[in-house]
Design a protein around this ligand. Structure first.
Ligand code: FAD
Length: 408
């Protein structure tokens, strides 16, 4: 065996898994991680940029700085994957592998939503990438009242709680500017409610009601009319807006589709529990690039990395990959500047009330807004750069822990 591992993408998942692999594998295993640029963006911070809580200039750091010594970091565009020949092509190179880890994430495609690009940056904005989050900050700064509509074009999206957090923060922001009484806020979503899980949806719906935020569920976006300022659903329902904030149609990276490894939406069909690609030997998938039915979130990527590393090592030593991953996801949900909730769930267990991570002690409280959760959300950034990206475990298993959760 040539002993080569290639990791595609050095975002959250690719960086964590590469560093974790380097720590566990003997030095004669060569690890190469490839990304198109050297700019690692702390994406959870994008939520705060439109509201002036965080400056966009603080969110980007060099990827190199977070990739451990002993890993080859290549800056290049990945152009093709050949899982039969076990080869990856980039614009300038070709790489052979024994194991491949796909961590190419996902991307928004506003050009796929009818009419959206006509009003892009005029009355339609997103906060899902840096430049646009900054433009939205300027737009909100000038905003003197009217109707703000937050729309999810279709599922799946990255970080499914971010749109709820956006409307909650819009409520806080317009209140603090003294224009809440002149502002309507509406969340328009294709989901049956505010979130993917019914119990958490009930809690978020109540919070939205308290904040006088309207939720319109079951809305499948057909087109945006930026001139007349409305969105129209496939069923012909219309919602007017003055400012549209969107999460456009999301897909995996085109290299997945171009390599014919996708599920029709650009994601790689992945075993839900081993995280091995369903159709290709020697290939694991991690982070937003998978099609596993849990949130596309950095916390998920962190939990998945332990499983991918374990299973690659199992295969190296001649064992079968284990069905370990349970869809575990942990997300803060910001309610306003200074207050946040927290959810912890997996494929089967819905978000439950209780304490996290330590039973009884917390310090964080599940499914409830607290100031301590807000400090957790703020503190998460330092944890991300200094601990999580290094692929460290925090002493917890990658799967959901029931201790501390209130059942029934
Ligand atoms: C507004 C917002 C708020 C969020 N909040 C949270 C939160 O509070 N908590 C949380 O856990 N998660 C949050 N997330 C989600 C989290 O950031 C992502 O789920 C996580 O970054 C996924 O990691 P990834 O490695 O799969 O993808 P990414 O981190 O996006 O990395 C993918 C990498 O692949 C590279 N790549 C792709 N294709 C190619 C190619 N063809 N050639 C070369 N390079 C390529 C890209 O350049 C990129 O660096 C948030 C996301 C957003 C947008």
């Amino acid at each position: 065996m040539s002993k080569k591992i290639v990791v595609l993408g050095a975002g959250t998942a690719g960086t964590i898994v590469s560093n974790n692999l380097r720590r566990h594998l003997p030095a004669d295993w060569e690890i190469t991680v490839i990304d198109r640029d050297d700019n690692h963006v702390y994406q959870p911070g994008l939520l705060f940029v439109p509201f002036g809580i965080q400056k966009s200039s603080t969110l980007t750091k060099s990827r190199k700085k977070y990739i451990t010594a002993g890993i080859n970091f290549v800056i290049d565009e990945i152009t093709h994957i050949d899982p039969d020949k076990k080869q990856v092509k980039t614009r300038n190179h070709q790489f052979d592998y024994d194991f491949l880890v796909i961590s190419t994430g996902c991307r928004i495609n506003p050009e796929e939503n009818d009419g959206m690009m006509d009003a892009w940056g005029k009355n339609v904005f997103t906060f899902y990438y840096l430049e646009m989050a900054d433009m939205l900050r300027q737009k909100l700064n000038e905003f003197q009242g009217g109707k703000i509509v937050m729309n999810i074009a279709e599922m799946p999206i990255k970080c499914p709680v971010a749109p709820i957090e956006f409307v909650f923060l819009a409520d806080w922001y317009t209140k603090s500017k003294g224009i809440r009484n002149k502002t309507e806020i509406e969340l328009v979503t294709p989901l049956p409610g505010a979130f993917t899980k019914p119990k958490a949806t009930a809690v978020f719906t109540e919070a939205a009601k308290q904040k006088n935020i309207k939720i319109t569920p079951g809305f499948e976006l057909n087109r945006v009319d930026g001139k007349e300022k409305f969105i129209e659903s496939v069923q012909g329902d219309k919602v007017n807006y003055d400012l549209l904030v969107t999460v456009p149609t999301t897909s995996g990276d085109p290299v997945i589709t171009n390599s014919k490894m996708d599920d029709g939406l650009g994601f790689v069909p992945t075993h839900h529990n081993t995280l091995k690609a369903l159709k290709h030997d020697g290939v694991y998938v991690i982070g937003d690039a998978t099609n596993v039915p849990t949130s596309k979130a950095g916390s998920v990527a962190h939990y998945e990395a332990d499983v991918v590393v374990f299973n690659i090592m199992a295969e190296i030593y001649g064992a079968k990959p284990e069905e370990i991953f349970d869809g575990h996801s942990t997300c803060f949900i910001v309610y306003s500047k200074g207050s946040s909730s927290l959810i912890d769930f997996n494929y089967k267990i819905e978000p439950l009330p209780g304490k996290f991570p330590m039973p009884k002690l917390g310090p964080f409280t599940l499914l409830k807004e607290t100031k301590m959760n807000w400090y957790g959300k703020l503190g998460f950034e330092a944890l991300y750069w200094n601990v999580l990206l290094a692929g460290k475990h925090l002493g917890a298993p990658p799967t959901l822990v029931m201790a501390g959760k209130e059942v029934g």
